[in-house]
Write a protein that binds this ligand. Structure first.
Ligand SMILES: Cc1ncc(COP(=O)(O)O)c(C=O)c1O
Length: 427
């Protein structure tokens, strides 16, 4: 029986199916109050990288809770945050020097945008008033994050309140010269603060993917034209794309990176925005007006930092890295096995992310009517998948077993026949 007091996110409360009441979870399995179980094949909104209730992370949080649960982070510091900042700087590419903490993916993006804007302001440069983002981008649900995202149904009500952004299509072999020319033209106008992008994979847009070489060319132009580059790795970070970070596929590097989701292994909300020394230096001054006036009550929460430290310890183990490679290989083999199916319009893979675009009569979109039938079908087979409209994707915790992964593939494979019938079949 659903509680009456809760308003669920991204949910039309009038028409949505009753939510599943999860009572516990272990590894990749969610157990519900009605005695059923489901394989969590999308890592609970892409956050869970080591499986549910991972004991190493759970113990780290429990230990930390008995030592220091929280303390204001202005004027105070603590060991879990110090350790985490060291780990992040060590694991990230060389240009990064300073870690700024926040609460989730959206706030890590807000911080990045504000940091970039104030970077120029602090140097007395006031003509840089525009930001460049990709078409179809998604960067979160707060106002800055919505502004740099594609204008669509998610943010239509807020449109008059969002700031204007210049938009580039994601680069492909076919359009790269036009996209470069556009970026160069805006760069020559010398009024661009920053270029923000989801490197290699636009998640919420439907797992749209593009080549690292194309992004390299754009970052290179941005750098020549004094445009700060912000990589939003909220989804792609911590192994999702096959490497620890998607920017490891690049030769040109961003100035700022936003991280969240997998950072704590899915245990605690936490966001970080990591920047170069050069950016930090623009705020480092005797002048108080150059301070970065931003912070949240739970900034660098010690429990979240302890979870993140434990999660990163697991991420760098050979076992975890081997699991990531195993998923990459199995995804590729499964993709080949269904590529010719008439109900498959396209298949995309980047590392542990596999997306299958279903060939429906309706156009590809988040609101494609097949979504609801697909969701129900997968649940009826014990798999939790949450297609983005007609785009079914698999993004499992890295600890998924071969049997579990095979079961997910088998159900998707069967669904291609089942869902392609004109009328949904009863089951
Ligand atoms: C690329 C990207 N940026 C930012 C966000 C927002 O993160 P959060 O939901 O933690 O606010 C998301 C969430 O899906 C995302 O995919």
């Amino acid at each position: 029986m659903e509680e009456n007091y809760i308003w669920h996110p991204f949910t039309q409360m009038k028409t949505a199916d009753a939510p599943l009441h999860v009572v516990r979870a272990k590894g990749c399995t969610l157990y519900t109050s009605d005695g059923k179980q489901y394989i969590d094949a999308i890592a609970s909104w892409w956050v869970n990288i080591h499986g549910h209730c991972n004991e190493h992370i759970a113990s780290a949080i429990a230990e930390q809770a008995k030592t220091l649960e929280h303390v204001i982070f202005a004027g105070f510091t603590h060991t879990p945050a110090i350790e985490l900042s060291k780990k992040l700087i060590h694991i990230l590419p060389d240009q990064f020097a300073k870690v700024f903490f926040s609460d989730d993916g959206s706030t890590s993006v807000e911080v990045a945008l504000k940091m970039a804007i104030q970077y120029w302001h602090n140097q007395g440069i006031h003509n840089k008033t525009s930001i460049i983002a990709f078409e179809n981008a998604y960067h979160g649900d707060t106002f800055g994050a919505m502004s740099v995202a594609e204008r669509n149904a998610f943010n239509a009500a807020f449109n008059p309140f969002l700031f204007e952004v210049k938009r580039l299509p994601i680069p492909t072999a076919g359009n790269i010269e036009t996209v470069k020319a556009q970026l160069l033209q805006w760069g020559n106008e010398d009024n661009v603060t920053a270029f923000i992008f989801e490197p290699l994979v636009q998640g919420a847009a439907g797992m749209l993917m593009y080549e690292a070489t194309c992004l390299d060319e754009l970052i290179s132009i941005a750098k020549q034209k004094n445009i700060l580059c912000i990589a939003d790795e909220v989804m792609t970070g911590f192994g999702r794309t096959g490497k620890k970070f998607a920017i490891e596929y690049l030769t040109q590097q961003p100035d700022i990176i936003c991280l969240s989701k997998g950072i704590t292994g899915g245990f605690m909300p936490l966001g970080v925005t990591v920047c170069t020394q050069q950016i930090f230096d623009a705020f480092y001054a005797d002048d108080k007006m150059k301070t970065f006036f931003h912070g949240h009550s739970y900034t660098a929460n010690p429990l979240a930092c302890a979870a993140a430290n434990a999660s990163m310890e697991l991420l760098v183990t050979e076992k975890c890295q081997a699991q990531i490679q195993f998923i990459c290989t199995r995804h590729a083999a499964f993709a080949e096995s269904i590529r010719g199916h008439s109900f498959v319009k396209a298949i995309r893979q980047q590392g542990t992310i596999l997306a299958i675009e279903l060939n429906t009569a309706e156009n590809s979109s988040y609101f494609n009517a097949i979504q609801i039938n697909a969701c129900r079908y997968y649940l009826s087979k014990g798999i939790y998948l949450r297609p983005l409209g007609n785009i079914v994707y698999v993004m499992p915790p890295y600890c998924i077993t071969e049997n579990e992964l095979e079961k997910v593939y088998a159900v998707i494979s069967d669904s291609l026949d089942y869902l392609s019938y004109p009328e949904p079949q009863s089951h």
